[in-house]
Design a protein around this ligand. Structure first.
Ligand SMILES: NC(=O)c1ccc[n+]([C@@H]2O[C@H](COP(=O)([O-])OP(=O)(O)OC[C@H]3O[C@@H](n4cnc5c(N)ncnc54)[C@H](O)[C@@H]3O)[C@@H](O)[C@H]2O)c1
Length: 509
């Protein structure tokens, strides 16, 4: 049964900035009387004016009636002092990200609000346990983490601190759901779910670029056109702000006691040092000035090689659309299901789905000429595939493999022979991070996927993607990366190991 606060329950929001104003709007539209407090009266005026503009646009576009708009605006009240928040059953704090200031605010609120009022913080990076620690009623404190822009982003992470009571967490969760949000429970740990599980999306992309595997535009294009993401990692960092992204990265890295998986990148540091914060400063990884030309991703020229017949090796379900496309292109496909590798044999050479080993290693190990290709979320829909040849492999063979994907209607990005290429590497590392979060009780597999799809618009949850790739394949990729780099950053997650052994879905116990 839902224990959502009814619309008759008053809500208080503290902080009228980017997040606070958005949260006020969500609660007011849901039917609550909302009291907004900020130490700056200008911030309150601006916050309410911004809500007014947003709702006026919604009414113009027919998303709400004029009466609904007027009623929602009439439910928003300016609080001149903290005492005005006394009627609130739930107070959501969205002030400056500073532990001491948040602590002292909640200590004052405890004196003003009813004993059973829920104290919620929208903090992105501070421990809920720590904010609550000196309160008289720390069990009433939870995290209620919205995403920017709060009226549009569906996700709310409901964060349980060490002593948060289940009742307060459930009421917060159900209330978020009653406001039309997708809520997930998570534990008070650095980055919660989203800001932790998203780290490899940036970290691995930065590493690929640092090591000359591919340029930024190519990484972004592959993540969009093969990975199905709305934006590539560099485009997204420029949108978020490189200063903010770098500071979240450093905060998560230190909070996890320098786990190498979260290590910030020198490229990030240089960008921030140069003041290249992204779109907001006019320049980030890309130039946003008026006449700037966005760099093009590496795209191979059309190859005239005509391929009549290939052998499809292995039986990876993800690769079946490629077989269908090949047949559609008039190529005869023989199926050699018993092969251990996944991919294609074309003439005497091999085009293999990346298993984490470089094409150079695979060529040496097999004594055959190997080109590796990257993962796509859906090979039928993907418009671009990254490939790389072994250093010993001729350009002629590379051109033949390029021609194969071109015959299937794909653009081809020929990149350097970096281990696990781009989409495979990011997908596997996102899955690993999600798997560790699940194993450590930070959230369920379902919560991880819901969080990533609704908090940062991922096209698929990392856990569902891991199941599509297959835990056995992920095992190979991670072991190869671990061997290649000799680094603990790449490790096969305990949760994956357990489910690989049991054969049970990640979504079941
Ligand atoms: N911006 C985001 O994308 C985002 C996303 C999720 C969570 N958060 C978190 O939300 C919180 C607010 O972030 P923001 O981006 O909205 O900040 P912001 O700077 O836009 O707004 C903060 C507001 O708080 C007010 N304020 C500061 N100290 C105060 C106090 N002691 N009492 C009352 N008001 C006070 C300021 O006047 C300002 O209007 C932070 O904890 C942040 O970590 C931010």
């Amino acid at each position: 049964m839902s224990s959502a606060l009814p619309p008759s329950a008053a809500i208080a929001v503290i902080g009228a900035g980017t997040m606070g104003a958005g949260i006020v709007q969500v609660a007011a539209v849901a039917g609550h009387e909302v009291y907004l407090y900020d130490t700056s009266s200008e911030a309150i005026e601006k916050g309410i004016a911004d809500i007014g503009k947003f709702l006026a646009r919604s009414a113009e576009k027919g998303r709400m009636s004029e009466d609904e708009r007027a009623a929602a605006m009439s439910r928003i009240h300016k609080a001149e002092k903290l005492e005005d928040l006394a009627p609130a059953k739930l107070v959501i704090e969205a002030i400056i990200e500073n532990l001491d200031i948040k602590r002292s605010l909640f200590a004052s609120l405890e004196e003003i609000l009813a004993d059973d009022a829920i104290l919620a913080s929208n903090t992105s990076s501070i421990s809920i346990t720590e904010i609550a620690a000196r309160l008289k009623r720390p069990e009433q404190m939870v995290g209620m983490h919205f995403f920017n822009p709060a009226p549009l982003m569906k996700l709310v992470e409901v964060v349980k601190g060490l002593v948060s009571c289940d009742k307060a967490a459930k009421t917060t969760f159900d209330t978020a759901v009653s406001w039309g949000k997708k809520a997930v429970y998570t534990k008070s740990t650095p980055g919660f779910i989203v800001n932790r599980v998203a780290r490899p999306f940036y970290a691995e992309a930065l590493r690929i670029v640092t090591e000359g595997g591919a340029d930024m535009a190519t990484v972004d294009a592959c993540m969009r056109e093969a990975g199905g993401f709305r934006m590539g990692p560099f485009e997204l960092m420029d949108l978020i702000g490189n200063d903010i992204n770098f500071s979240v990265t450093k905060s998560v890295y230190h909070a996890y006691f320098e786990d190498p998986r979260y290590r910030p990148s020198l490229i990030q540091q240089e960008q921030v040092a140069a003041g290249r914060f992204g779109r907001k400063s006019g320049h980030g990884y890309y130039d946003y000035s008026e006449n700037a030309v966005k760099p093009e991703p590496a795209t191979a020229e059309p190859q005239s090689f005509s391929i009549k017949e290939v052998n499809f090796l292995g039986d990876h379900p993800l690769l079946r659309p490629l077989v269908k496309l090949a047949k559609g292109a008039g190529i005869k496909v023989n199926h050699w299901a018993d092969e251990e590798t996944n991919g294609f044999q074309i003439e005497d050479s091999f085009l293999l789905l990346s298993n984490g080993m470089t094409a150079t290693e695979l060529t040496k190990e097999s004594g055959e000429q190997v080109v590796v290709f990257d993962l796509a979320l859906d090979y039928e829909k993907a418009t671009r595939i990254a490939i790389a040849k072994g250093d010993q492999v001729s350009d002629e063979i590379l051109n033949m493999m390029t021609a194969f994907f071109q015959a299937l209607g794909k653009k081809v990005s020929v990149i350097d022979d970096c281990p696990a290429l781009i989409t495979m590497r990011l997908a596997v590392m996102l899955g690993s991070e999600g798997a560790d979060a699940v194993y450590q009780g930070v959230g369920t597999a379902q919560a991880v996927d819901t969080a990533m799809k609704n908090g940062v618009n991922y096209p698929i949850g990392p856990m569902a993607w891991a199941e599509l790739i297959g835990l056995d394949h992920i095992h190979d990729v991670l072991l190869s990366l671990n061997t290649f780099y000799g680094e603990e950053r790449y490790r096969f997650a305990p949760l994956f190991r357990r489910h690989l052994n049991s054969g049970i879905s990640l979504f079941k116990k």
